[in-house]
Design a binder for this molecule. Structure first.
Ligand SMILES: Cc1ncc(C[n+]2csc(CCOP(=O)(O)OP(=O)(O)O)c2C)c(N)n1
Ligand code: SF4
Ligand SMILES: [Mg+2]
Length: 301
């Protein structure tokens, strides 16, 4: 049975109170991840909002060991820790490299690629708040077309976000998944699956950010759900090369009732400058990725 709020383990690895903004989705992500890992994990984290959330010893807000790494070295540090644990015969701990979109898709990409090519025993998680948020909302290669940041032109970002899971898939690793804080049971189950696999595992998690995306702090979960309901973010798993839609995305594919992207976009002031032509391009891109995902799911069922 899929995990839900009623059968989620009660043990918490996140203390009440941390330095993230009100309404931050990263706390929801870490809370469910750490439960799925039973707290038996070592995290390696480059500079990011997640380092802010974790805080510093002795006032850290998380009850797992966290090592701060340099940006390009996250996957390499995690690989080294995994090699050391192997030497010590410790197979009870999961080594998690957890980085933002900037720390994964831009500055950490070569380290991730190297670890994946070696199939290092590392679980790499990218929580994607779609910009360099910790330093004040600069664009990243995962910022969507048309979104305003402090380093984009007046009409918003001019390029589409790159397809991160597709890039990682080219490395032929045993497990890739996407997840969302809007569907924490699905996220929890996927982390449990990743935990049980050895080799490089990768997860791309959509992470709505109230100040960066410019929406009210109470709407974080609704925003995460809308990303999935519109198909702007698709929930899937790729296990040993086999692609399957999961959770809400699978239900949407079965019923063919996605919402238009406009419904997701219009609630975020970062898209306040979006013109109709750019919105149409965004919708087209979402439709194209959705069609490919559904076709692949059916072909590989
Ligand atoms: C090599 C290097 N370049 C730049 C920085 C400054 N810096 C700290 S956090 C950050 C943004 C990280 O963005 P992301 O990885 O998306 O994480 P987020 O803050 O959005 O959670 C930057 C650029 C740094 N610490 N090291
Ligand atoms: S800027 Fe966004 S991602 Fe960073 S702590 Fe605040 S809400 Fe979370
Ligand atoms: Mg970011």
């Amino acid at each position: 049975m899929a995990t839900n709020t009623l059968n989620l383990p009660e043990q918490e690895y996140m203390l009440p109170g941390n330095r993230a903004c009100a309404g931050c989705s990263v706390g929801i992500v870490f809370r469910h991840m750490s439960k799925a890992l039973d707290g038996k994990a070592i995290f390696v984290v480059p500079a990011s909002c997640f380092t802010v959330l974790c805080g510093m010893y002795p006032t850290a807000s998380v009850q797992v060991p966290v090592m701060n790494s340099v940006f390009p070295g996250t996957a390499a540090c995690a690989s080294g820790i995994a090699a050391s644990l192997k030497k010590q015969g410790r197979d009870d701990l999961t080594v998690v490299a957890m980085a933002g979109d900037g720390g994964t898709a831009d500055i950490g990409m070569q380290g991730l690629s190297g670890a994946a090519e070696r199939n290092a025993n590392v679980f790499f998680v990218c929580y994607d708040n779609e910009a360099y948020m910790n330093t004040g909302t600069q664009r990243s290669s995962l910022t969507p077309l048309g979104a305003k940041t402090t380093t984009t032109p007046a009409k918003g970002k001019m390029q589409f976000a790159k397809d991160l899971p597709a890039i990682v898939e080219a490395h032929d690793i045993p497990y890739i998944a996407t997840a969302s804080p809007g569907y924490p049971g699905d996220l929890y189950d996927k982390v449990c699956t990743a935990r049980g696999i050895s080799g490089t595992r990768f997860m791309h998690i959509n992470a709505p950010c109230p100040p960066g995306w410019q929406f009210p702090t109470a709407e974080t979960v609704a925003m995460a759900q809308l990303a999935v309901e519109t198909g702007a973010f698709i929930l899937f798993e790729i296990m040993d090369g086999k692609f399957q839609l999961t959770g809400k995305s699978l239900a949407l594919a079965d019923k063919d009732n996605r919402q238009p992207v406009r419904k997701f976009i219009e609630l975020q002031s970062r898209f306040g400058v979006l013109d109709e032509e750019t919105l149409a391009r965004l919708q087209e891109r979402v439709d194209e990725r959705w069609r490919k995902a559904v076709a692949r799911h059916r072909a590989e069922e």
